[in-house]
Design a protein around this ligand. Structure first.
Ligand code: GDD
Ligand code: MN
Length: 402
C-alpha cells in the first residue's frame, strides 16, 4: 500500500488551531443555552470550545452551563466564588482555554455571533494580533440606542482612542478575538479591573498590536438586564487615569480622591445640621470631622478597597487606624499650607497645596497600613486557594488562583 505523509507547515498554527470562545456571565441563565446552541451552529466544521466564566450568579447560570457541559465536552464551566469583575473573568477564562485563538463575547446576544467565522478568517489571513468587532466602522452600528446613550458611548470611545492612539474604531467593544500568544505576552501587564478588557489589552501591550476590524450591529439584550453601573463607570475612569499617567497615578488614588470629595460634602452637611440644631461651631466642626472620617472609611472600604475589604472585628481596628492616618494628613495639610502661604502669598494656592499634600499622605499611609490586613488575607488565599476563594466547575477546568 502506498502512503504519503503530508506535513503541514508549522508556521500555520492558527489555521489548524482550535478556537476558544470565552463568555463571561452574571445572571444569564435564560440566555446561555440558546447562545451556545447558536454559536455551535455558526462554528460548525471548526475545532472549537466554549469556556463560560460565571461569577457564582444568584440565578445559578453555572448549573445550566454544567448541564450543557455534561453532554458536550467542548463546553466548559469555570465558576468563581467570592469574586466579581468582567475583565478578570475574561482573563481567567482565556488562561484556562486551550485554543490557539481566543474570542471574547457577551452572553446576552448583543454581539452578533454570526460574524465569528469572518473574524476567525481575518485573524488567520491577515496575521493581525487582534480582530475587533466594531460598531463604529463600515456597516457597524449601535442599533436603537437613544441619543443620550449614543453620545456617552461616542465620548468614551473618543477618550479611549486618545489613550491607545486610535488603533481601533471601537476600543470599548466587548467582542474581539486574538491569538493566545498575544495574551501570554501581556498577561502580567494587564490591570484586570473593571469592564474594559480590550482597552486594557491594547493599552498594556509593550509593542503596538496589529488590529483588524469586522463591523457588526449591536443588538438589543435578549433576556435579563445589563450589569453596567456607576461603579463600573468609576472603575473605567480610574483605568484611563492609570494608563494615561503610565501607572504613575494609581487607579486606587483616583477613587480615594473621589471618596474624599464626597466626604467634604458630608462634612458640610453635618456641620450645617449641627448649626441648625444650635450646637456651637467648634463642637459642630469636631462632630462633622468625625462623621466625615467614618463616611470616608466606610466608602473606601466598600469601593476603593473592595478587594481587601475589612469585615467583622477588623473594622474597629480599621476605623481607629484610619482616623489616626487622617490626623497625620491634616497635620501635614496645615503645616504645608502655612509654609505655602508665606512662599506664595496666595491663600487659595496655599490651601490647595495643603489639601493635595494631605490627600497624598492620607492615601499613601492608609493604602499601606489600614487595608494591609485585608490584603495579607487576600494574598494568603491566593497562595492556598480555599473553597471560598476559587472554585472551578465541571469538565477539565483548572484553578485560576492568582
Ligand atoms: N463573570 C462575570 N462577572 N460576567 C459579568 C460580570 C461579572 O462581574 N458583569 C457582567 N458580566 C457579563 C454579562 O453577563 C454579559 O454576558 C457580559 O458580561 C456583558 O455584560 P452587560 O451587563 O450585558 O454589559 P453591557 O451590555 O452594558 O456592556 C457591553 O457593551 C459595552 C459596549 O457598550 C459589554 O460588552 C462591554 O464590554 C462593552 O463595552
Ligand atoms: Mn449586554
Amino acid at each position: 500500500m502506498d502512503q504519503t505523509v503530508v506535513t503541514e507547515p508549522d508556521s500555520d498554527r492558527v489555521s489548524r488551531g482550535r478556537l476558544s470562545l470565552v463568555v463571561p456571565t452574571y445572571n444569564e441563565r435564560a440566555n446561555i443555552a440558546p447562545l451556545i446552541a447558536s454559536v455551535a451552529r455558526v462554528l460548525d466544521g471548526l475545532d472549537w470550545e466554549i469556556v463560560v466564566v460565571d461569577d457564582d450568579s444568584p440565578d445559578r447560570t453555572f448549573e445550566e452551563v454544567r448541564r450543557l457541559a455534561a453532554a458536550d465536552r467542548r463546553i466548559r464551566c469555570l465558576r468563581r466564588v467570592g469574586r466579581r469583575g468582567l475583565s478578570s473573568a475574561v482573563i481567567e477564562g482565556a488562561l484556562a482555554a486551550s485554543g490557539e485563538v481566543i474570542a471574547v463575547m457577551d452572553a446576552d446576544f448583543q454581539h452578533d455571533e454570526r460574524i465569528l467565522g469572518t473574524m476567525y478568517r481575518k485573524l488567520r489571513d491577515s496575521r493581525a494580533d487582534v480582530v475587533v468587532a466594531t460598531r463604529y466602522d463600515g456597516e457597524g452600528g449601535v442599533g436603537d440606542w437613544n441619543a443620550g446613550r449614543q453620545a456617552m458611548s461616542r465620548l468614551a470611545t473618543w477618550v479611549s482612542r486618545l489613550v491607545i492612539g486610535g488603533r481601533t474604531s471601537d476600543p470599548m467593544s466587548g467582542f474581539f478575538m486574538f491569538r493566545r500568544d498575544v495574551l501570554d505576552e501581556i498577561v502580567y501587564d494587564l490591570s484586570a479591573q473593571g469592564y474594559k478588557i480590550l482597552l486594557d489589552m491594547l493599552a498594556s501591550a509593550r509593542r503596538p498590536l496589529r488590529v483588524e476590524e469586522v463591523p457588526f450591529v449591536f443588538r438589543r439584550r435578549a433576556e435579563g438586564e445589563s450589569k453596567i453601573s456607576a461603579m463600573v463607570i468609576a472603575e473605567y475612569a480610574t483605568l484611563l487615569v492609570e494608563k494615561l499617567s503610565r501607572g504613575l497615578v494609581p487607579g486606587r488614588f483616583v477613587l480615594f480622591c473621589m471618596v474624599g470629595s464626597l466626604g467634604i460634602l458630608v462634612h458640610m452637611l453635618a456641620l450645617w445640621a449641627s448649626r441648625a440644631a444650635g450646637v456651637a461651631f467648634e463642637e459642630g466642626q469636631v462632630m462633622a470631622t468625625f462623621i466625615a472620617m467614618l463616611f470616608n472609611f466606610g466608602l473606601n472600604n466598600e469601593v476603593t478597597y473592595r478587594r481587601w475589604r475589612l469585615s467583622g472585628s477588623a473594622i474597629y481596628g480599621g476605623v481607629v487606624a484610619f482616623c489616626l492616618v487622617c490626623s497625620l494628613g491634616a497635620l501635614a495639610n496645615v503645616s504645608v499650607a502655612e509654609l505655602a502661604l508665606v512662599q506664595l502669598g496666595s491663600w487659595p494656592l496655599a490651601g490647595l497645596s495643603g489639601a493635595l499634600i494631605g490627600g497624598v499622605i492620607n492615601f499613601a499611609i492608609a493604602d499601606n497600613v489600614v487595608w494591609q490586613v485585608g490584603r495579607r488575607r487576600g494574598r494568603a488565599r491566593g497562595q492556598q486557594p480555599s473553597a471560598a476563594a476559587v472554585a472551578v466547575d465541571a469538565a477539565g477546568g483548572e484553578s485560576p488562583a492568582r
